[in-house]
Every structure is written in C-alpha cells, then in structure tokens.
Design a protein. Structure first.
Length: 394
C-alpha cells in the first residue's frame, strides 16, 4: 500500500498510468479470489463491510424481486451486525419487505429449527437469507455448511457477512451465493472491502456512475487500499492455522484468569477449553455452551460483569491502559443493551453490563497480565458507581 501511495493513476483510464493502476487492481483481485477460493470475476471491491452488506441485502433483494415479483421477503438472524439489520429494516420501512428474524440459541448460534421453519413456510416468497459467518460480539461461529444445505436446496439465495471470520476460521465462499469481507479486519487498510458474488448474479447497484466493478459498484477505485487489502488478506489466510491456535490458547488463558479474578463473571457465547481447543478445561457452571473452541472465534472473549455498567467499566479499564469494547451500541449518547445478548435470552441488566476483549496477531501474554491486574479494581469501582443514586431533582 505504501508503494502504491507514491504513484498516481485512475484504474479506469486508458493512458499508461491508468493501465498500470488497472494491472495492480486486477492482480489484487486475483489474490483476493485465490485467498477465498473463488474466481477473480466474483470479487467486487467496495469501501468496506458495511457497503458490501448493504449491496448484498438491498441489491439482491431488489434484483430478485425484479426477476420474480413474488420474492418480497428475506430472512436474517436476530444477532446480525447492524450493517445487515439496518438495511433490512430500511427495506421493511421503505419497500414493504416481509422479514423473518431468525432466533439464535443461548450461545449466539443460529437456531437451525427456526431456519427450517421459516424456509418451509416462506420459501416461495424469500429472495434472500443472510446469516453471519461469525458473530462480532460473542464470537459464535455459524454452521454455514448446514445452513447452506437448508437454504440453497430450496432455491433461495444465501449471503454471509464473513467480516469477523475470514483469516481466523476456514471460510469456504463457495458455500454461499454472496460473501462480505472487510480489509481492516484482516490487518489491512480501513475503507476497503469486497462483496464476493457470482457472475450469474447482478445485485441492483446502490451507486450509479462510471459502471466500475461489473456495473455493480460505480466509483473510482482506491488502488493503494485495494493493494493493501489483497496483501493483508493473503497473509492472514496463509498463516491462519498457526495464528488461530496461538491466539486461542492465549484467549483460553485470559478467560480462565478473568473468571478467577471475578468469580461471578459470566462468559457469553460458546464455551472454550473442550477437547479441540488445546487450552485449559474450564468446567465452571458459568461457561455457557458446548465446550468446543471450534464454535468460537479464537480471539474473542465476551463477559458479563454483574453489578457493572459496561460503559463505566470500559472507561475505567481504558484509564488503566486496557482497550476493550462494550457489547452495546450507543444512540445519541444513551447506552442501549446489546441486541445480540437480548436475542440470546439475556435480560437488560446483563446485556448492559458486558464487555468484549479481543485478541489479535500482536497480542501477548503480557497484555493478558496487564488486563488481569487492572480488572479487579476496575470492577470494584464500577460496582460502587452502580450503587450510587442521584438525588431527586439533581
């Protein structure tokens, strides 16, 4: 990416600089395709995962309805990222779409019986089903092969947001009709991603203009970002097994030590420490799930800390040099409970009192040590703050 930033050239231009830029784009497209096991012509570059999800949800819904006016419904899991949920709601509000919000179980994984019921009742009306490959909050990995058998066997298109999964788990893009990938989640630049969609499908464009990217996504391509994205994706996929094992072992250690430091903390999502994880066996009642680390992203540890507000605990840890995330979205400065945890059956208090710790390729045992050192005093302070009442009229 740094090398390309020193050069100029619009990949749509016919002059020498443009042709050179086009070569970089097409070579990058080939690298992305090879990393995902698809054809280069299947890769449509976008500005990131959000645009790719919107293009899939809106674009495939529109094109499917144009081809068959009975296709007026879609199905998404209740635990999807807002980049899927919000365009889905937009289609409800502005296009009169009917939607099945598919349930998830207590670990955040899709309820396959709920999917089967939806497909059985509405297959002739469904234009699209969208299920994320791995959940961004609790790390639950979806059984995409089983989902694909259920959905595609009935002639319904299947999209998967694989932003969290690519580079950490084995993502076979051929299982789905459309797949979303983002550059910054694989160590690449911000502001670039791709929708992988077969040549036999033509989502209705969101952007109109120069007709770039198969006339699906118009706009001058960011050549340096595309080059950086391709390089990062290639590196992430080629080193996936080694990195995933190392990070999963570090994650298992983090989980065990958090539960020792804060005994009433609850691990949300699939449990770890089973026979496939290589980490310590965690046989505690508050480990919610099957115990198979293959069901959870290797770098994800998501906890509820009873008696704490997640935002308060986040800021206390941040002041101690530990950066983490709440499982909630803030709208207009007002904390909202995590829709993912609510879909998993948590109550409002639990959904508000949760944090996600994420590990990546630069994470070390020292990082875990520093978290544990900061955690107990931060939890104690957050709990005391939670007990503080504000006088009436203050």
């Amino acid at each position: 990416m740094t090398a390309e930033l020193e050069r100029v050239g619009n990949a749509s231009s016919l002059h020498a600089s443009g042709r050179r830029a086009r070569r970089v784009v097409e070579e990058s497209r080939e690298r992305v395709a090879e990393s995902l096991g698809v054809r280069p012509s299947d890769v449509v570059f976008t500005s990131g995962g959000t645009e790719a999800d919107n293009l899939a949800i809106k674009g495939l819904f529109w094109s499917g309805r144009d081809a068959d006016d009975s296709r007026t419904a879609l199905a998404v899991s209740a635990a999807e990222h807002h980049a899927v949920l919000d365009p889905t709601q937009w289609l409800i509000d502005h296009e009169g779409a009917a939607v099945c919000f598919l349930p998830v179980d207590s670990t955040g994984r899709l309820d396959l019986d709920g999917l089967r019921e939806c497909i059985s009742e509405h297959a002739s009306q469904l234009g699209l089903v969208s299920i994320m490959w791995a959940n961004n909050e609790v790390g639950a990995i979806s059984p995409i092969a089983e989902i694909a058998d259920i959905v595609r066997s009935r002639g319904v298109l299947l999209h998967s947001d694989a932003v969290q999964a690519v580079g950490w788990v084995d993502v076979d893009a051929s299982l789905v009709d459309a797949l979303t990938v983002s550059g910054h989640k694989v160590g690449g630049p911000l502001g670039v991603g791709a929708l992988v969609v077969g040549r036999d499908l033509s989502p209705t464009p969101l952007l109109h203009g120069g007709g770039q990217e198969r006339d699906i996504r118009s706009g001058t391509l960011d050549v340096p970002a595309v080059a950086g994205f391709a390089a990062a994706l290639e590196a992430a996929v080629s080193t996936r097994l080694e990195r995933s094992r190392a990070i999963a072992a570090l994650r298992d250690n983090l989980i065990a030590r958090v539960l020792d430091a804060v005994p009433d903390a609850v691990l949300n999502g699939p449990a770890v420490g089973g026979p496939t994880s290589g980490g310590p066996t965690l046989g505690r009642a508050d480990l919610n799930g099957s115990g198979d680390s293959a069901l959870r992203l290797p770098g994800n540890a998501h906890f509820t800390f009873p008696g704490c507000e997640g935002d308060a605990l986040l800021m206390l840890l941040d002041a101690a040099g530990v950066e983490c995330s709440t499982g909630s979205a803030c709208q207009a400065g007002v904390p909202q409970p995590s829709h993912v945890l609510l879909a998993m059956g948590a109550d409002d208090a639990s959904a508000r009192g949760s944090l996600r710790f994420s590990l990546g390729h630069t994470s070390t045992a020292r990082d875990v040590d520093e978290l544990i050192a900061a955690l107990t005093p931060s939890v104690d302070r957050a709990r005391r703050a939670g007990l503080t009442t504000v006088p009436a009229g203050a």
